[in-house]
Design a protein around this ligand. Structure first.
Ligand code: HEM
Length: 98
């Protein structure tokens, strides 16, 4: 899926989109607008990212954050899992939309 992806750009996009996911969950319109675009781009009719793939995305991100955070705790891990799961659930709601 990422064979033609520019990872310098993708890394920046990832940072921004995680921030947008959090903004959306905080009820900010800017977050919701961005997440709607991401959801459409990842849906079946475009990038076709199957909903079953996202738990690996969450687990990889959480494991990377854990490696970087000397003050990591099980509570922090649960909080990240919960927030990312809620954002991913929002994105995958649009998977089958025409
Ligand atoms: C298993 C999970 C995921 C897969 C396999 C996946 C795959 C991809 C692929 C193949 C691209 C196109 C890259 C290119 O242009 O070469 C892309 C773009 C992008 N992805 Fe994902 N993605 C996943 C999850 C996510 C999530 C959860 C977010 C948001 C938090 C996200 C945000 C983006 C953004 C912002 C772009 C650029 C296009 C756009 O703005 O819509 N991705 N993704």
């Amino acid at each position: 899926m990422f064979k033609n992806t520019d990872f310098t750009k993708q890394k920046q996009l990832l940072m921004t989109s995680v921030a947008m996911m959090i903004s959306h969950l905080e009820g900010k319109a800017s977050g919701t607008i961005t997440l709607n675009r991401i959801a459409e781009n990842h849906s079946k009719k475009k990038l076709n990212i199957h909903p079953s793939l996202y738990q690996s995305w969450i687990d990889s991100l959480v494991s990377a954050a854990k490696e970087c955070d000397a003050k990591w705790t099980p509570d922090i891990e649960r909080a990240w899992q919960k927030v990312l799961r809620a954002g991913v659930d929002y994105i995958t709601q649009s998977y089958d939309k025409p």
